[in-house]
Design a protein around this ligand. Sequence first.
Ligand code: BGC
Length: 817
Amino acid sequence: MASKLALVLSTLLLAVNGQAYDGGDRDEDAFSWVQPLNTTILGPYGHSPAVLPSPNATGAGGWEEALQKAKDFVAQLTVEEKADMITGTPGPCVGNIVAIPRLGFKGLCLQDGPLAIRVADYASVFMAGVSAAASWDRDLLYERGYAMGREFRAKGAHVALSPVAGPLGRSAYSGRNWEGFAADPYLTGVAMEETIMGHQDAGVQATPKHFIGNEQETMRNPLYDVNGTVGAVTFEAISSNIDDRTMHELYLWPFANAVKAGAASFMCSYQRLNGSYACENSKAQNGLLKGELGFQGYIMSDWGGTHSGVASIEGGLDMNMPGGLGSYGVNWKAGSYFGANATAAVNNGTVPESRLDDMVIRIMTPYYFLGQDAEDFPSVDPSTANLNTFSPPSSWLREFNLTGESSRDVREDHGGLIRRHGAEATVLLKNVDGALPLKHPKSIAIFGNDAGDDTEGYYNQQNFEFGTLTAGGGSGTGRLTYLISPSEAIKARAAQDKALVQQWLNNTLIATSNVTDLWIPVVPEVCLVFLKTWAEEAKDREHLSVDWHGDDVVYSVAKSCNNTVVVTHSSGINTLPWADHPNVTAILAVHYPGQESGNSIADILYGDVNPSGRLPYTIALNGSDYNAPPTTAINTTGVYDWQSWFDEKLEIDYRYFDAHDIKVRYEFGFGLSYTTFELANAVEVESCTGSETVSSRPEAQPVMPGGNPALWEVLYNVTASVTNTGGVAGATVPQLYVTFPSGTTPAGTPPKQLRGFTKKTLQPGETAEVGFELMRRDLSYWDVVSQEWLIPEGEFVFNVGFSSRDIRATAKFAPVA
Ligand code: BGC
C-alpha cells in the first residue's frame, strides 16, 4: 500500500498546477492565470501559476499571543502527533482531530453548518443564508451567527463549518446558492463578516467555505472509474476558470471580508480552479489567501477534496478532511494523503518540517485565541456519535472518550429569535390594493403541499411531496426538533377571529380541479397559496420554476379567487410567471426561514411585522434570461475536459441585466412594505480623511488579515435622507450603487455596483439621515497589470435608491484629482 500511495502522490504532484481549457478563439489574455505551458508535462491546457512556499503565520492582527501558545504546543509534538493534527479521522463529529492527552489537548470537533449544527439533537434550525441575506440587516446577521455559535459550542463543537460565500450565485441554477447569501460580493461580504463575528464571539471557530470558484454542483468531484480505484479517474472535476480581475472583484471579495473578520479556518472547494484542484492550488491558497489577504488561520479541505499529499501541503492546504482516502472519505482504512504519508514526507526530506509545524501552528492559534483550551469548554455531546451517519462508531479507528450530559438541549430561547428573523427577512414582492396585511378575514382558504406539516420526518434531507420546506438538502441542512407549519400558524391566528379555515394540500388535485368545486359555501375572502422549491448539495437545479406543479396551482386558484396571495418557500430564484395575474394580489418570498416558518409568515400576513426584506438576487422574466448556466455536459472524453469558463466575468445577476438593459420581473434589492418611503433628492459626499481628494493607489502598508489595511480605510461618507411617508411604522433599506467613471475604468465594469446599504426603522412621518461609508476598496477596481486596487480618475456617480433599479437620488464626485 505504501508504495502505491507514493506513486499516487508523485503523479499528483506533477499535476499540481494542472490543466485548463485550450482556449480556441477565446480572449486568453484576459485570463491572466491561464498561460501557455509545457504541454508535454501538463497536457494541452493552460494553468495556474505556482506560488511557493506557503507563507508562515505571524499572528498579525491580534493573534500574537495565541500564536506563541500554539508554537509552544507544537514544540512538544512528535512528527507523528503533528501528522495526526493535520489529518481527520472517523469519530463522533463530521470532522475529528484526535486528542493528545499527554498535553491536555482534547481534540477538535468540526460540525456542519451553515444553518444549524446539523449532527445534533435538541438544537435549533435557523434560517438559511439566502433568507439571512434577504434581511439586508447587519444586526440580524450578527444575532443569527452568535446564537448559532452558542449552540455549536454548547454541543462541544470547536469548529462550525459555516458560513458560505462559494457559491456566490454566479448561476441561478446552482444547487447550493441557498447556503450562501447573495448574488453580490458586497452584500455577501457584509453577511460573511457579521456571521463570522457572531460565531467567534460565541467561542466557536468559523469556517468560510468553499474557497473558491465553487459555483456549480455538477462534476464538482472527479468521476472515478467503475472499479472506484483511487487515482483512476474517468474525468477530473470541473475547472472553474476565472480571470484575475473577476476573481478579485467578485469571488474573492466576500472571502476578504471573512479574513478581515478574523475567521479561524477556511475550507477549500471540491472543484478545480484554473486547472488545478482548489485544495492544492497554490496561487489561490498561498498567493491570494495567505499572502495577499494575510490569512492567519488554517485551510481544511472539503470532505474528500484532497487529491494529493505533498502537492496539497506545498499548495497551502493545512488540514485534510475527513482524513481518509477517496471521495467523501469512504475508504477510511485505505490510508490518507496526509497522516502517515505526511510523516514519511517529512522524514524523507520531501516536505520541510517547518511547513508541517506551520500547519499545526495555524490550526492551534485560533483554538487558543478563542479560549477553547479552557477547562470549561463543553465536551462533545455523546449523542452526536450515534446521529453521525457519516462516520458511525463502527467506523472509528481511534478511541473517543465521550463524557458529559448526553442529548443536551442547547436551544435556549432561540425559537423566538428565529421567528422574528423569519418575519424580518420576508420579501413582499407584490401587494395590490392593500391585500396585505389581512384584515381579520372570516373565511380563509389554504392551498398547496407546502402549507402543512412535514409528513416524512423532520430531517429535511429529502424532497418530499407533502409538507412545508424550511431548508434545502445535503450537509447544509438541519435536524428539526419541531416545526411550525404555515397551516398550523394561520389556523391558530384565524381562531382569534373565529374564522372559517379550509385547506387543500394536494397540488395535483388543486391543479386539475375547478377550485370552485372545492370550497364551501362561498368564495373565501383570501386564498393563501403555499409553494415550495427544493435545492440540494451535489445537484444543480434543473429549472427555476416552483416544484410540484406549483405554477398550475396558482393559475387554478387565481382563476376563481380574486384575492390570491402566494407565499414561496424556496432556495432562491423562481421565475413566477403568474406574478402579473390580476387575481394574484400579493406575493411573499420567505426562502428557507427555519423552524418557526409558519409563525414568521403569520406575523407578516396579519401585519404584526411590517415586511422589510429585499431580494438578494434578481428575478428575471424567463429562466433563459440568466447568463452563466452551469456546465452540465461535455461531448469530448479527455480526462481534463470538464471546463467552466467564467466568460461573463463581472456580469452576474443585476450587473448582467443592467449592462445589457434586460427587462426583469423583480430586480436585485427590491422589496415592498406596508408603508411607503421617500428619499430626499440630495445626496451628500463628505470626506473622512481630512482631504477632499485621495490617491489612486493605496499606500503600501504591511499586510494584515483582510489585506492591505489601506483598502479598508473609510474615505467618504455618503448621506441621504429618508422619510416614512405612509401610515404605519416600518423598516426600509436605502441602498448605494456606485457607477465608476467611464473611460478611466477598464472595460467590462458593470454600470452599477452595490457599495452600501442601511436598514432603518421609521415611524409614520419620521425622517432620518442614512449614511454609507465608502472604503478605499469600494471605489477601486483590480488592476491586473500593477496587481493593485486602483481608484480611477474621473467622476463617480453615487446612486441612492430602494433597489438596483429604483434610484431616487444621485451625486457626482471625483475622488482622484
Ligand atoms: C460539503 C461541505 C461540508 C462537508 C462535511 C461536503 O460535502 O461540501 O460543505 O461541510 O461535506 O459535511
